[in-house]
Design a protein around this ligand. Structure first.
Ligand code: GCU
Length: 681
């Protein structure tokens, strides 16, 4: 059944007979040179993929002199591969890169998939299968692929009781109860899906960490998962609770400068690496939202990070230290705090420390300007943290393709260098010459049959992996291949689905938080609108803190006359955001408190524009529904019906967003809803 479990690896038989015949001519058998668990996976994948796509099995050819047109896969060093290889210097491919080349020899056509390491071969196999899945030509291939970012990691916010913080797709995949003995097939399917898009690391546990994961009993279970994932090129990481030496080690303190504490972490690291020699390292959330950290002892993030970095250093492990820090007791604008705390520490971290920065300075909002730390810490590798799970974007109910949001941030020019210093070029190490680079995505995966809850949420997992490998890929191209692999190669499917995906995020911004508004979500759950929330808990967890609506206008003044958060950006960027005239309207209310009558680029007043955006957002969900209906009979009924009902729910919730926000803001603007709005159909 088409229940979505197969993700983008469905390998449905190709329906284009002409193309199918061409592919079959091009590939009559395949051969794998060498043997290893990873190469067996590559071999199984080729058999399985080609069987599905061709509708008939192709043979694996074991002997070197085989005839016919075939695929040969293996390591570059293998003589059987080397003899064919053309113009690729192995040194450029690194540990994970690969090449795919078509070679014609004595009328025989050989499709060569070669890499320095077995994992590169597996990546190459997925690449070739993807070309066939998406009906691309394969008769004259000359592909060289090298990932632009080294650590491409999923962050699971999974708790040990299997609940998932901000998870909307069931429970945690990790069945701690049955581990280490029982290896669920699903672990392997998870690893395979990740390998198909080049993800090479997984943090198993929540950033709000439970120290128990570091006990021997749990480490045995982690070891079993690491063993299962290893052949797929995936390293395991854990979150480290900073107070673990107190909780597990009976120490009176977790002060990073205390020698007993250091010793405890050194011993713990040794214990972990004895079990898991390729353990990735620790991810740490410290002194944020009530989590313990070095500041509890008057120390800094640097002291904490470097203590852990020392512990994992002998084993080539890394420490990923999060910059998502803020504190209710700091009276300043929350958006400023990470920069204020971290910028002065640039250059003080050990070499195996990365600082992980969320894309924006508040918290995974539908739209945020890029985080001012990007470009501000040239001596420190900054790891990007995106959120794939839709905490602030309608959970797994709303269809929102996040690739366009990821790209908007990656492509933003920080103007912190003479060169073009986009966020992506800072993260990938180009600008500041870092070899250690990373990108993380907070996972949207759970025990739901289709992994992600919404069939289209799978596209966000997929897009994250594809961009982590190569951030220059376009969102459109990624959507195109995902649709082909997940639904169909028919133009009548691709076109409307792609249009919907490409527009979906802007639509969501419009019905949730247009024009730079942010954090209007209900307290704690973050699903529906509650722009009226105030005084209930801490100020920085309430909506009124962010929109600041009053009789004069609306928006957060972050210019020099306000919180001056804008000064954390480079001069050029700050000047643009500071100017009421030059500030892009999509960020207007992020940086400015603007009078209700302010004239917008459309010629409308701010109030009218706000109404317009909210109505347009809701109206556009109708448009998404209509587009989807055009696919009736063109995609399987199961997923068609599922998306149909989810879109209906999205429409309902979008309407609630519009009505709640506008009626509330109207109590300040005291202006009528204009009569010339896009009307809901
Ligand atoms: C958000 C989210 C929390 C999470 C935190 C983090 O605030 O709501 O659940 O723990 O981000 O990233 O640490």
């Amino acid at each position: 059944s088409e229940n979505g479990y197969d993700l983008w690896l469905r390998y449905a038989k190709l329906t284009n007979d002409k193309k199918l015949a061409e592919y079959k001519k091009q590939i009559t058998s395949f051969r794998i040179e060498g043997s290893s668990p990873t190469l067996s996976i590559a071999s199984d994948e080729l058999s399985r993929g080609l069987l599905g796509l061709f509708g008939s099995s192709i043979t694996q050819n074991k002997n070197a002199g085989s005839k016919g047109n075939l695929i040969i896969c293996g390591r570059i060093e293998s003589p059987a591969i080397k003899q064919y290889l053309q113009n690729t210097s192995a040194s450029t491919l690194g540990n994970e890169g690969y090449t795919i080349q078509t070679i014609t020899k004595d009328k025989q056509k050989i499709t060569l998939i070669a890499a320095n390491e077995d994992i590169g071969v597996l990546y190459g196999v997925f690449h070739l299968l993807r070309l066939i899945q998406t009906e691309q030509p394969i008769h004259q291939l000359a592909v060289t692929e090298i990932p632009k970012i080294k650590l491409r990691v999923l962050n699971h916010w999974d708790n040990l009781d299997r609940t998932v913080e901000r998870g909307y797709a069931g429970f945690s995949l990790w069945n701690w109860h049955k581990l280490p003995q029982y290896i669920d097939q699903r672990y392997l399917d998870y690893a395979r899906a990740n390998a198909s898009i080049g993800i090479n690391g997984t943090v198993l546990t929540n950033v709000n960490a439970n120290a128990n994961i570091l006990t021997e009993d749990y480490l045995k279970k982690v070891e079993a998962l690491a063993n299962a994932f290893r052949p797929y090129g995936i390293k395991v990481y854990l979150t480290a609770r900073f107070s673990a030496p107190i909780e597990l080690g009976d120490l009176p303190t977790a002060d990073p400068l205390d020698q007993r504490v250091q010793q405890w972490w050194n011993d713990k690291a040794k214990e972990i690496y004895q079990r898991i020699p390729d353990f990735g390292g620790f991810l740490v959330k410290a002194n944020s939202e009530g989590q313990p950290g070095p500041q509890n002892y008057g120390r800094t993030h640097k002291d904490g990070a470097n203590m852990l970095a020392t512990a994992v250093e002998p084993y080539k492990g890394v420490v990923i230290w999060r910059a998502f820090v803020y504190d209710n007791n700091v009276p300043d604008d929350r958006a400023k705090q990470a920069y204020t705390e971290f910028k002065p520490l640039d250059g003080t971290f050990k070499e195996n420390v990365l600082v992980q920065v969320k894309n924006g300075a508040i918290d995974f909002q539908p739209r945020e300007p890029f985080h001012p730390l990007f470009g501000a810490m040239p001596k420190t590798p900054l790891m990007m943290e995106f959120q794939i799970t839709q905490e602030y974007l309608g959970f797994s109910t709303h269809l929102v393709y996040l690739s366009t949001m990821f790209k908007e941030c990656l492509e933003a020019d920080t103007k912190t260098s003479d060169q073009m210093a986009s966020v992506a070029r800072i993260v990938d190490g180009t600008i500041d010459k870092h070899a250690l680079t990373g990108i993380a995505g907070v996972a949207n995966i759970g025990t739901d049959i289709n992994w992600c809850g919404h069939p289209f949420a799978q596209a966000n997992w997929y897009a994250f992996g594809r961009l982590a490998w190569n951030h220059t890929r376009s969102s459109e191209a990624i959507a195109d291949e995902w649709i082909r692999m997940t639904f169909s190669n028919e133009e009548a499917v691709i076109k409307p689905v792609k249009e919907v995906m490409m527009a979906s995020r802007e639509i969501t911004v419009n019905y949730m938080t247009p024009l730079g508004l942010h954090h209007l979500m209900g307290w704690s759950h973050h699903h529906g609108p509650a722009p009226w929330i105030k005084d209930k808990h801490r100020a920085d967890w309430t909506s009124v803190y962010y929109h600041k609506a009053d009789s004069l206008g609306i928006g957060f003044n972050r210019t020099a006359t306000g919180s001056d958060a804008v000064s954390q950006y480079s001069k050029a960027v700050a000047a643009k955001f500071s100017s009421l005239k030059d500030c892009p309207e999509e960020f207007l209310l992020w940086f400015h408190h603007v009078p209700w009558d302010h004239q917008m680029k459309s010629g409308r007043t701010l109030w009218d524009e706000l109404c317009h955006r909210y109505y347009e957002g809701v109206d556009s969900v109708k448009w998404m529904q209509e587009n989807w209906q055009s696919l009736k009979g063109k995609v399987d009924k199961e997923r068609f019906d599922e998306v149909t009902s989810l879109l209906a729910l999205q429409y309902e919730e979008a309407s609630i967003w519009r009505d709640a926000c506008l009626l509330y803001f109207q109590t300040f603007s005291k202006k009528p809803i204009p009569s010339t709005l896009p009307s809901p159909k």
